[in-house]
Design a protein around this ligand. Structure first.
Ligand code: NAD
Length: 258
């Protein structure tokens, strides 16, 4: 990790984003937690500070152009540079057949999962170009590679996010700005529990049956932990990965092998 780095982590208030904030702090990075729910970011700030790094929360809706512009201005005022951007904020979207998806649900899913990362990248790229250095990691999903039934907006958004990653890597490589995606499989925790519960309800099975079916999709027969995602992000921001860009790395305990 470059000394005195500052990272923006969107959706860092809980879940995978919180684990990413803690891991980056443990590597000596100051962390800005950009979350729509500022009430939720206190715990993340404490975790970052416990690692001896500076933490700042900025209430941000990643899909709002003005919020994103204000966020980047605040970070530059407070920290003077932005070495790392992790586009982690995301929402699951509807779980219906396409004909039952409301256009408003499509827009909301696209806005957070794809427009948000675009706005963030657009806003930090000039600074990263000036610095001749940057590491951008987009949290996509294995659903961005192998579609999941009844998840049209989410799958399309995550596929788009992988496309954004590859295209930006091409644009920015000569500036030493690497752009990669991490594609989590099903990550253990409350969010995936809600998905399993919905699937169980919809198909007349139990939560345990749904969970065990998903675990079986992994050759290791297990779910991924959020710390696994954080470790992959830290690697993609480290000097050891400096010639890796434009890639989409599955962190899925072996689920989806392409
Ligand atoms: P989560 O719901 O636990 O946390 C998401 C965070 O993003 C929350 O703090 C929330 O307040 C914030 N957020 C939501 N909308 C926002 C917005 N408009 N602007 C700013 N912040 C916003 O989710 P998670 O499980 O930690 O997922 C994190 C990322 O990983 C997402 O992009 C998700 O699609 C992806 N992912 C998760 C899984 C999984 O199994 N959990 C699997 C594959 C991919």
């Amino acid at each position: 990790m470059v000394v005195d780095s500052t990272a923006i982590v969107t959706g860092g208030g809980r879940g995978i984003g919180q684990a990413i904030c803690e891991k980056l702090a443990s590597e000596g990075v100051d962390v800005v937690v950009a979350d729509i729910d500022e009430g939720e970011t206190g715990e993340t700030e404490q975790l970052v500070e416990a690692r001896g790094q500076r933490a700042l929360s900025v209430e941000t809706d990643v899909s709002n152009e003005e919020d994103v512009s204000d966020l980047v201005e605040t970070v530059l005022d407070e920290f003077g540079s932005i070495e790392i951007l992790v586009n982690n904020a995301g929402i699951a979207g509807p779980t219906n057949p396409c004909e039952d998806v409301e256009p408003s649900e499509w827009d909301a899913t696209m806005n957070v999962n794809l427009r948000g990362p675009f706005l963030l990248c657009r806003e930090v790229i000039p600074t990263m170009k000036e610095q001749s250095y940057g590491r951008i990691v987009n949290i996509a999903s294995v659903t961005g590679k192998k579609p999941l039934l009844n998840r049209t907006p989410y799958a399309a958004a995550k596929m788009g996010l992988i496309g954004l990653t590859r295209t930006l890597a091409l644009e920015l490589g000569t500036h030493d700005i690497n752009v990669n995606a991490v594609c989590p499989g099903s990550v253990d925790g409350p969010r995936i529990d809600r998905v399993f519960e919905k699937q169980a309800e919809a198909t007349g099975r139990t939560y345990d049956q749904v969970r065990s079916e998903v675990e079986c999709q992994s050759p290791r027969n297990e779910l991924v932990q959020r710390e696994d995602i954080a470790d992959a992000v830290a690697y993609l921001c480290s000097e050891e990965s400096k010639r890796i860009t434009g890639q989409d790395l599955n962190v899925s305990a072996g689920k989806v092998m392409y």
